[in-house]
Design a protein around this ligand. Structure first.
Ligand SMILES: [Zn+2]
Ligand SMILES: [Zn+2]
Length: 114
């Protein structure tokens, strides 16, 4: 049995418009959602998903730092910088993969033109 925190009267069980069971004080109109526990569980699940997504993103950036680098001219920095590079198989498999470059100083990314 629950009591109203405002006036101390015994709370009545009612159904709201959504069909959820709520506790209602007939004296002052105080309402409490009985399904609050369920919502807490739901929030925990969402937080769990976010943690998993963050882990995936972190793994990707780890891969990024393991890419090989070489000294190259960056047109944005107008200077020689450490440039990381990697190959991407674009369109069909019988075409040669495209080489991509990223400046580790400014983040500028470009592809190799031949
Ligand atoms: Zn009350
Ligand atoms: Zn740069």
């Amino acid at each position: 049995m629950d009591f109203c925190p405002n006036c101390g009267k015994i709370l009545q069980t009612e159904k709201n418009k959504k069909g959820q069971t709520i506790l209602l004080c007939l004296k002052c109109g105080f309402k409490r959602d009985l399904e609050t526990d369920e919502k807490v569980t739901l929030t925990e699940e969402i937080e769990h998903d976010l943690t998993r997504e963050m882990t995936i993103v972190m793994n990707e950036s780890e891969i990024d730092t393991t890419k090989p680098t070489k000294e190259m001219y960056c047109s944005k920095c107008e200077n020689k910088q450490k440039i990381s590079f990697w190959m991407v198989q674009t369109r069909s498999a019988d075409e040669s993969p495209t080489r991509f470059f990223r400046c580790t100083a400014c983040g500028e990314t470009w592809r190799e033109y031949d």
